[in-house]
Design a protein. Structure first.
Length: 134
């Protein structure tokens, strides 16, 4: 059974929902401010849904961010360093940073991702393609 910390305060956004109901949100900025102060370095907040889709997060994005955040806090509380949180086969896990960067991840040239990108005239680094599609 996982023990849960007690005594925290809810963080609310400045704007309210229709009907004047307070909206939870903004904890990322609170944590970033604390990290800036503690680490004396630049810290920026990334909203997972914005990063993934360039728009408002979906329910899946919000749940994934919650799962990532919960695992990150758990790992930090254990004192583990040098690891990142990852989604692997539907499960949240940690991966040593050395493993994450140990080899270059490649996308097969015949994959649907490459075909889709080329179909949208996205340059993938091929100079001739960049010149032809410019």
């Amino acid at each position: 059974m996982v023990s849960r910390p007690r005594g925290g305060e809810a963080v609310y956004q400045a704007e309210r929902d229709v009907g004047g109901v307070s909206r939870l949100g903004g904890i990322g900025e609170v944590v970033a401010a604390q990290l800036r102060r503690m680490c004396q370095t630049d810290v920026r907040v990334t909203v997972l849904g914005h990063l993934q889709r360039g728009g408002s997060p979906t329910a899946f994005d919000r749940l994934l961010a919650t799962r990532f955040g919960a695992m990150a806090v758990h790992v930090m509380a254990q004192g583990t360093v040098g690891h990142m949180v990852a989604l692997h086969h539907g499960h949240i896990t940690t991966v040593p940073l050395s493993d994450a960067v140990s080899r270059q991840k490649q996308v097969p040239l015949d994959s649907d991702l490459v075909r889709a990108a080329l179909g949208l005239n996205i340059c993938l680094g091929n100079r001739r393609q960049a010149i032809v599609t410019a």
